[in-house]
Design a protein around this ligand. Structure first.
Ligand code: CO8
Length: 257
């Protein structure tokens, strides 16, 4: 598929998606949605890919949903078309995906980063949910995911005032997992993704599923779910290989795909 709003590459076992609408600070319009979902589904179906990275430019990961596209939409259009429901497909991606965020991650951009499994931020990153300044509110998960990441007080602060937080604050409050110098962002994210992609794919996918389940269920159910997944991993060649390699003091070669 020829892409117009994103660049799609592979780096070894890692799929790399770069948002590429520089004139609009990577604002997320319907075309970006269609292309990102297609790219992620393509990597999901490709047995040679074990993890993905999504990134933007040094100035903007994404400055939000495309305001100019949304401007004229009526309630009926938004409701009947379930406007932007397609991003749920992105959030259901089963292979790990890291958001490498430099510059602005605002509105839908911040929400897209939060749909990923973790966020690595450049030291110039700025996160925010400024929808309130446009007369609306977050609509791609910001009120829900941000609250789970940073707690009620800070989520309310961000959603009600529309202010931005810098990378240091985002790391302090648990929104991002690491902050690195802007020039090292992509390398750091690709290295993390390559490390993940070298592990057993089913183990990685189950670990992701288990952590995500923590948001959906009680502790008792989550622990039971985790234990059952853990038990099932003993059916893998990769479990035998991983433990044998440890005992034999060598690097494992995982083959379950
Ligand atoms: N949409 C469309 N175009 C944008 C957007 C955007 N979100 N952000 C920036 N652009 C465009 C600008 O219009 C400008 O285009 P042009 O050159 O044609 O005028 C170009 O990008 C460069 O932007 P600026 O000149 O404004 O650059 P600055 O460096 O001066 O400012 C900012 C950068 C602070 C990021 C500024 O551009 C800004 O405030 N952008 C809007 C941020 C925002 O409000 N984002 C939230 C959008 S709403 C949203 O995401 C809702 C998601 C949920 C939807 C779910 C629906 C159901």
């Amino acid at each position: 598929m020829a892409y117009e709003t994103i660049i799609v590459e592979t780096r070894g076992k890692v799929g790399l998606i770069t948002l590429n609408r520089p004139k609009a600070l990577n604002a997320l319009n319907s075309e970006v949605l269609k292309e990102v979902v297609a790219a992620v589904n393509g990597f999901g179906a490709n047995p040679d890919i074990g993890a993905m990275v999504i990134t933007g430019s040094e100035k903007a990961f994404a400055a939000g949903a495309d305001i100019k596209e949304m401007q004229a939409i009526s309630f009926v259009d938004a409701y009947v078309q379930d406007f932007f429901v397609g991003w749920e497909e992105f959030a259901r991606t089963r292979k790990p995906i890291i958001a490498a965020v430099a510059g602005y991650a605002l509105g839908g951009g911040c929400e897209l980063a939060m749909m990923c499994d973790f966020i690595i931020a450049a030291d110039n990153a700025k996160f925010g949910q400024p929808e309130i300044t446009l007369g609306v509110m977050p609509g791609m998960g910001g009120s829900q995911r941000l609250t789970r990441f940073v707690g009620k007080s800070k989520a309310m602060d961000m959603c009600l005032t529309g202010r931005m937080m810098d990378a240091a604050e985002a790391e302090r409050c648990g929104l991002v997992s690491r902050v690195v110098p802007a020039g090292e962002l992509l390398e750091e994210a690709l290295m993390a993704a390559a490390k993940i992609a070298d592990f057993s794919l089913p183990s990685v996918m189950m670990a992701k599923e288990a952590v995500n389940r923590a948001y959906e269920t009680t502790l008792a159910e989550g622990l039971r779910f985790e234990r059952r997944l853990f038990h099932s991993l003993f059916a893998l060649d990769d479990q035998k290989e991983g433990m044998a390699a440890f005992a034999e003091k060598r690097k494992p070669n995982f083959t379950n795909r």
